[in-house]
Design a protein around this ligand. Structure first.
Ligand code: THU
Length: 133
């Protein structure tokens, strides 16, 4: 599957966003090396803090089905905003643990497009190795 096709799949996932509060819709799609796709969308909550971002929904779906970072080819994250849906800080932390450092992260809002990876988005990471003393 091409990067363009993966972005199109993320736009399909965006249709399932539950965002009655922000009205900002995010979709994500994880492409696994065996061709399996996992979809995610942002799911909001009246408590606000209970909200889950689209990219975390998608990567958690992949992990929940037994896939791990080495099985993942790329992730596309899209929004209907005027700017690219650059992953929030919490998502960057989560992706830093659940993706390989150089796995392509494809961002699009239908007008702008950027390809990046978690080592670019989150330098000087806190991770598992910091917990060993
Ligand atoms: N959101 C995401 O889904 N991903 C991000 O990385 C940024 C923010 C969602 C959360 C919330 O539902 C809405 O966008 C506004 O913050």
């Amino acid at each position: 599957m091409s990067h363009e096709e993966l972005i199109n799949e993320a736009f399909k996932a965006m249709k399932n966003a539950y965002a009655p509060y922000s009205k900002y819709h995010v979709g994500a799609c994880v492409l696994c090396k065996d061709g399996t796709l996992f979809y995610g969308a942002n799911i909001e909550n009246a408590s606000f803090g209970g909200t889950n971002c689209g990219e975390r929904s998608a990567i958690f779906a992949a992990y929940s089905n037994g896939y791990r970072k080495q099985d993942i080819e790329a992730i596309a994250i899209v929004s209907d905003g005027n700017t690219l849906a650059s992953p929030c800080g919490i998502c960057r932390q989560v992706l830093s643990e659940l993706l390989e450092q150089d796995t392509p992260i494809l961002l699009s809002n239908g007008k702008q497009r950027m390809d990046t990876c978690i080592s670019q988005l989150l330098p000087f990471q806190f991770g598992e190795s910091d917990l060993s003393r």
